[in-house]
Each structure stands twice: as structure tokens, then as C-alpha cells.
Write a protein that binds this ligand. Structure first.
Ligand SMILES: O=c1ccn([C@@H]2O[C@H](COP(=O)(O)OP(=O)(O)O[C@H]3O[C@H](CO)[C@@H](O)[C@H](O)[C@H]3O)[C@@H](O)[C@H]2O)c(=O)[nH]1
Length: 456
């Protein structure tokens, strides 16, 4: 990547929200900025910290969070967020004050880029008169659906009866009430609404960086540009711009790659539900039976935390393991980008987290969509209805799962999706290559950050 020549070295401070799906794009952004000549400092909670020795090009500031012995599962997420925001503000302010007082070889701070869940960053930045930029790690379509959801709540059009869930919402067609980020049939608790609203607010930030590309999110990006009135920089997919960066917080099982080497091209269905989703024992068994009945080779990531409170591996029935021994590989965590790039992988049975989705379509791999929460329903709808590279499951029982797998892996419909996924891969490559929309947007972003430093 071409570096812009700065008169003086400039530093960007990055503050991720400490969960895998958010840390990954922030580290990738750090690597992209570093390749453009900025020095990078990462303020990171001690909880879920990546190992600094894997990133000799970055400086890490460990933020005390007091999260040891705290329930950090998805079920307790609102409490975790509030806890992190309360505990990290003081240490972060101390670091920033120290940094601003020093003549530093790493350069003056140009701006802070932060995940908007880390609210405290904005408070500290305002006190110290430092510019901030928000990083969005979910698609723009999702943000647009949140904006519309609040309009519907205000107009008292939701909650609505269950019979209306399949109805499409005109302002965000083809999204239906069932695809909204929060359940449209329920009265949503006020603390959830307050949190969602605060997270949507970019406060006094100077710009938004989006891990997306125009080809995926063109219309919502245009709409949101009017809504926010600060520059928006869609420069993704980030992982294509930082291809060699390690981002896993868990140890990767590389043995699965040798197993894939022995499988036929496009024959394997890769199954993984990201780092946060939790299922119950029944759902685990339905998935296992669906995989067994589909008779397709599979690589299944069964994270220990997939079942709340118990190790999911212990609940897989012996007869399932026996029946699928020849054609199944079950592991705790894989090098996912390498798995998706492997020629044996022909489909991805996924929760539709945004990183997984981008990683899959960038390798031309179509998906089976089993969304759990927040942006995943919106992404699943786009995969299926708009981009036509995702199978929507009829149900999440063994019959629906078996049918979904066979549709994607052996039917004519699946072949068409694979072809379309390959076309999307090429479209995304065009976005990041010279002259493409993400490429140009990144150049503009670099100039923008340099101008922020000049304005202080
Ligand atoms: O065995 C595995 C499984 C996953 N991954 C990686 O883990 C990341 C998972 O990210 P994502 O697919 O986005 O899922 P979540 O971890 O669930 O991410 C959270 O954050 C995302 C970005 O904000 C949101 O889109 C999701 O809904 C939210 O749950 C990806 O980069 C994967 O490559 C691995 O490396 N190995």
C-alpha cells in the first residue's frame, strides 16, 4: 500500500469493544492505518486482550476493567458494557493525559477511533479536546433498520401481533418486521432501548468509518450520510486489506486444514456460529441430527461456550459421532479465513455475523443462514433475498437443517448461489483495488485524519 508522506509522524489511538467480532475489525483497521504511515496505539481492556507480542508494530495500553470473575456471557452483555464504561474511563483519561504531555517519538495524537459501545472514550476526548472517529463493525443496512425501528416505536406501530411479522416494512424493503434488530412483538425494556439509542448516537465524533463496501451497502450509506451529516468512509472489507494479521483470541486448531486437504472440491459444509451465540441442548442435537441426515462432509466448530455454562462438546451423542466419524470433523475453534479459502469448502452454515459474512463472500462461499440476534437477521435477509447467496432455513429442526444443507450443497439452486457468490467476490475485489470505491474512500480517510491533526 502506498504511504502518504507526513511532515511529522502521527498517532491514531484505537479503542475496541472487547469481544472477538469487534476486536478483529479494530486490529485490522490498525494494520491498515499502520501501512499508511500512522503509528498505532491500542487501548484495550485486560479482559479478552489480544496478545501484544503478536503485534510488535502496535503499542498497547492495558485498561484495568475489574472484569475478572464477572459473568461476561452474551446473556449479561448490558451489564458488561456498563461495567466496562464505568471502570475504564479513569485509566483511559490518565493514559491520554500522559500521552499529550510527552514529546513522543510515536508522534502526536491525530485522533481516537473507537467502537461506539465504549461510550467513555467520547467523554474523555471531549475533556481533552481530542477529535474522535466512530468505527462501525456492522453493515450500514443494520444501522438504517435501527433508525426505522425507532421511528416505528415512536409512531406506536410496534409492538405488533405475531401474524404481522412476515410483512415487509416499506422504508427498508425487503426487511420485514421479523428482521428488525429487537423483537417487534414484544414491549422492549427501556434499558435496552436506551442502550441501543446511545450506541447509535455518534455524539461529537468527526466521522464514521464503516467495515463495508459501496457495492453491498450503497443505498443505506447514502441515507445515513443525510442522517449523520459527518463524513462516512466505507473502506471495507477490512480483512482483505490486512490479510496476514492474526486476530483470534482463542487457539486455532490447524489440524482441520489437513482434514480439508483430503476432501473433494466444494464438498464440505463449514458450520460455525461466531464467538457469542449461545444455543440450548435441544438446538445442539437438532443441528447434529440435521448434519448426520444430510450425508454431506462437514467441519463443525463447537466452541466450549456454545452451550451456556457447559462444554458443548460433552453433549454430542456418541451415536452421532460414530455415524459421522468418516465424514465429519468437529473442533473448538478454527483459522476461519483459511478454512473459507480452502477449495474443499463449498458452503457455510452460519449465524451471519458481519465478519463471517464478509469473509465468506470474499471467498465466493454461499451460506445457510441461522441468525440469532441484532444485525444477523438483517444480514440473513440480504443474503437470501437481495444478494441471493444465502439459503433461508424453513425451520431450525433437523428436517429444516438437513433440507437447507442439501439445497446449498447438492441442488441446482445451490450451484447458482455459488456462481453468484463468486461474482460478489469479484465485485468486492474491485472495491478495494486501485480506483475502487473502498480504495478511494481510504485515501480520503487518511487525508481527513491528517487534516484533523492540523486543526487541533
Ligand atoms: O472457529 C472460529 C470461528 C470464528 N472465527 C472468527 O471470529 C470472528 C467472528 O465474528 P462474527 O462473524 O462477526 O461473529 P460474532 O463473533 O458473533 O460477532 C459479533 O460482532 C459482529 C460485528 O460487530 C456482529 O456482526 C455480530 O452479530 C456479533 O455477534 C470472525 O472473524 C471469524 O473469522 C475464527 O477465527 N474461528
Amino acid at each position: 500500500m502506498e504511504k502518504l508522506g507526513f511532515e511529522r509522524r502521527q498517532r491514531v489511538v484505537l479503542v475496541p469493544f472487547p469481544f472477538q467480532g469487534h476486536i478483529t475489525p479494530m486490529l485490522q483497521l490498525g494494520s491498515i492505518f499502520h501501512s499508511k504511515g500512522f503509528s498505532i496505539t491500542i487501548a484495550q481492556t485486560k479482559f479478552n486482550s489480544p496478545n501484544p507480542s503478536n503485534y510488535p508494530e502496535f503499542t498497547f495500553l492495558p485498561l484495568s476493567d475489574n472484569l475478572d470473575n464477572y459473568d461476561t456471557s452474551f446473556c449479561n452483555m448490558l451489564n458488561v458494557i456498563s461495567f466496562v464504561n464505568t471502570n475504564c474511563e479513569g485509566p483511559f483519561e490518565d493514559y491520554m493525559v500522559q500521552m499529550l504531555g510527552e514529546e513522543d517519538v510515536q508522534g502526536e495524537v491525530a485522533c481516537i477511533v473507537y467502537d461506539p459501545i465504549m461510550n467513555f472514550v467520547n467523554v474523555v476526548a471531549n475533556k481533552l479536546n481530542l477529535p474522535t472517529i466512530v468505527l462501525k463493525t456492522t453493515p450500514a443496512t443494520y444501522m438504517q433498520s435501527q433508525v426505522v425501528m425507532f421511528q416505528l416505536l415512536e409512531e406506536k406501530l410496534i409492538p405488533l401481533p405475531e401474524s404481522q411479522l412476515q410483512v415487509s416494512i416499506p422504508q427498508i424493503h425487503p426487511l420485514r418486521f421479523k428482521d428488525l434488530p429487537l423483537p417487534a412483538t414484544d414491549k422492549i425494556p427501556q434499558d435496552v432501548l436506551d442502550f441501543t439509542q446511545s450506541y447509535m448516537d455518534i455524539k461529537s465524533s468527526s466521522a464514521i468509518i464503516w467495515n463495508t463496501a459501496n457495492t453491498l451497502d450503497h443505498y443505506p450509506l447514502q441515507q445515513l450520510q443525510q442522517h449523520f451529516r459527518v463524513p462516512i468512509f466505507p473502506i471495507g472489507p477490512f480483512h482483505k486489506l490486512a490479510p496476514n494479521l492474526t486476530t483470534s483470541l482463542m487457539e486455532e486448531d490447524n489440524g482441520c486444514l489437513s482434514w480439508l486437504d483430503k476432501q473433494a472440491p466444494n464438498s464440505v459444509i463449514y458450520v460455525s456460529f461466531g464467538s457469542l451465540a449461545i444455543i440450548d441442548e435441544n438446538a445442539l442435537l437438532e443441528i447434529a441430527r440435521g448434519l448426520a441426515k444430510s450425508e454431506q462432509p462437514f467441519l463443525w466448530v463447537v466452541r466450549p461456550s456454545l452451550l451456556n455454562g457447559s462444554n458443548a462438546m460433552d453433549f454430542l451423542p456418541e451415536d452421532f459421532k460414530e455415524r459421522t466419524r468418516e465424514r465429519g470433523c468437529i473442533v473448538k475453534w478454527v483459522p476461519q479465513r483459511k478454512v473459507l479459502a480452502h477449495p474443499a469448502v463449498g458452503g457455510f452454515f452460519s449465524h451471519c455475523g458481519w465478519n463471517s459474512t464478509l469473509e465468506s463472500i470474499c471467498e465466493g462461499v454461499p451460506l445457510i443462514c441461522m441468525p440469532f440476534f441484532t444485525d444477523q437477521m438483517v444480514i440473513a435477509r440480504y443474503m437470501n433475498y437481495v444478494w441471493k447467496v444465502g439459503v433461508e432455513l424453513e425451520n431450525v429442526l433437523e428436517s429444516g437443517i438437513e433440507k437447507g444443507i442439501r439445497t446449498l450443497m447438492v441442488s441446482e439452486e445451490g450451484k447458482v448461489m455459488r456462481k453468484r457468490a463468486f461474482e460478489m467476490k469479484l465485485e468486492l475485489e474491485q472495491c478495494i483495488n486501485g480506483g475502487g470505491s473502498s480504495y478511494e474512500s481510504l485515501d480520503q480517510l487518511v487525508e481527513f485524519i491528517v487534516s484533523l491533526a492540523g486543526r487541533k
